[in-house]
Design a protein around this ligand. Structure first.
Ligand code: AMP
Ligand code: MG
Length: 414
């Protein structure tokens, strides 16, 4: 029997990131950069004002104070987005808005609040303005290249594209982006008892939960689900879906059910005809044996049939593969230390208990969300975390400390 960590390592040992593709910046959120990004411009690209106010020469307002304002004639109006070609005369001011070009000769901006200009919005240009304060040279001016220099490397290959990276790439004009391709994951469920979720199950039938659940997990972790539906418990039906997965250029094949001891032979025979497959016994609960192998060279997972087992097995074993294929270097689920509000029982296998983790002052607490049967979905829906009872531990008493995997926190935290 393998530990969860040993199984993860063995599975990941054969997995490498996929090749890059070039996409629009607007599509790049959450992807991994496959190139470094170099700025085509200085940022800011011209000296400009950081305030609405009056551009001046600091020297001209050196003596200004609320009691003894300095009065300057207003020689120009400079709104943002309108280029100017002006040398600010000595002893004059120019009205300026945030982001507008600083005129030559000016070296500071007096915020409008520090003048006698009480006008808001569009208003006629005053003939003169009283300045109520002195300023250092450079005050409220944003100079060329303060932020980024032209030719500077601003992002490294391997960076995860967050809104901040999107913003930076937009600012440096990088509108097409090379990222690691998203893994294509073919999904199908096996079982004679399954009907589609929009059907009313006849006696003995159940709705196909796993295909929906695994498709959602694939999307959450950056893959593209290819939904192939249901294969009945027949060799030719399973083989047909496997062939379809290959035709659809899947990078990964994930099936559910048909790998428990009774039914395993079916999936095994279908996969092994053009690949290889092993039943992995992992010391993990919930989680029946996990089938892992390859079909025509494409990695293959056969998840347990019970939906919670399928989903938690996916979290521990398929998610890391998806992350690595997608170019991510971190794939551990983020965990926090929690104090248990109730005891948790185990059978000695590493147990993932559905729980609600909440912040209580300076620590986190965890409470189970209900029945822990591997078919029981409602306790998973109420959970935001999985409390881990370590391998070889039979009980964690109330009040004890444990680690909890946070289901909804992004993997980048881990
Ligand atoms: P098996 O692995 O085929 O022995 O199935 C184990 C349990 O999971 C059985 O109760 C199945 O009815 C159930 N099951 C199998 N496939 C699905 C599915 N796609 N959605 C929901 N439950 C399933
Ligand atoms: Mg079955």
């Amino acid at each position: 029997m393998l530990s969860v960590q040993e199984a993860q390592q063995a599975i990941l040992s054969g997995i490498q990131r996929l090749e890059p593709e070039t996409i629009d910046l607007a599509e790049a959120l959450g992807r991994v950069l496959a190139e470094e990004v170099v700025s085509d411009t200085d940022l800011p690209s011209f000296d400009n004002s950081s305030m609405d106010g009056y551009a001046v020469r600091a020297e001209d307002v050196r003596e200004a104070s609320p009691d003894r304002p300095v009065r300057l004639p207003v020689c120009a109006d400079i709104p943002a987005g309108h280029p100017i070609d002006l040398l600010l005369p000595v002893g004059a001011a120019a009205r300026i808005t945030t982001g507008a070009m600083l005129p030559a000769g000016a070296d500071a901006v007096v915020p409008v609040e520090d003048t006698d200009d009480g006008a808001r919005g569009a208003s006629p240009l005053p003939a003169a303005v009283a300045i109520h304060r002195s300023l250092k040279r450079g005050a409220f001016v944003r100079y060329v290249g303060d932020d980024v220099r032209r030719g500077e490397k601003v992002l490294i290959s391997g960076a995860i594209v967050r809104p901040a990276e999107i913003a930076l790439m937009a600012a440096v004009g990088h509108s097409r982006v090379q990222v690691i391709r998203r893994p294509r994951v073919a999904l199908f469920a096996t079982g004679d008892e399954l009907v589609a979720p929009d059907q009313l199950p006849a006696p003995g039938q159940i709705r196909n939960v796993n295909e929906q659940a695994t498709a959602a997990l694939v999307e959450r972790y950056g893959g593209v689900p290819i939904r192939l539906g249901i294969a009945r418990d027949r060799l030719d039906a399973v083989t047909e879906k496997l062939v379809e997965a290959i035709e659809q250029r899947a990078d990964l094949i994930v099936t559910s059910a048909g790998v428990s001891v009774g039914a395993y032979d079916l999936v095994k025979e279908a996969v092994a005809a053009h690949g290889s497959i092993d039943l992995w016994r992992v010391r993990m609960r919930p989680g029946k044996p996990l089938a892992f192998g390859q079909y025509r060279g494409v990695p293959f997972f056969g998840l347990p049939g019970n939906p919670v087992s399928a989903m938690l097995t996916f979290e521990q074993f398929v998610r890391p593969v998806l992350r690595v294929l997608g170019g991510f270097t971190r794939w551990h689920k983020p965990t926090v230390g929690v104090i248990l509000l109730e005891p948790i029982e185990s059978d000695g296998r590493e147990t993932y208990a559905r729980a609600r983790v909440e912040r209580d002052g300076d620590h986190w607490t965890a409470r189970l969300t209900g029945g822990q049967g591997s078919n029981m979905l409602s306790s998973l829906a109420r959970a935001n975390a999985l409390v881990i009872v370590p391998d070889g531990v039979w009980q964690l008493p109330a009040g004890s400390a444990a680690q909890a995997q946070m289901l909804d926190w992004p993997d980048e935290i881990g």
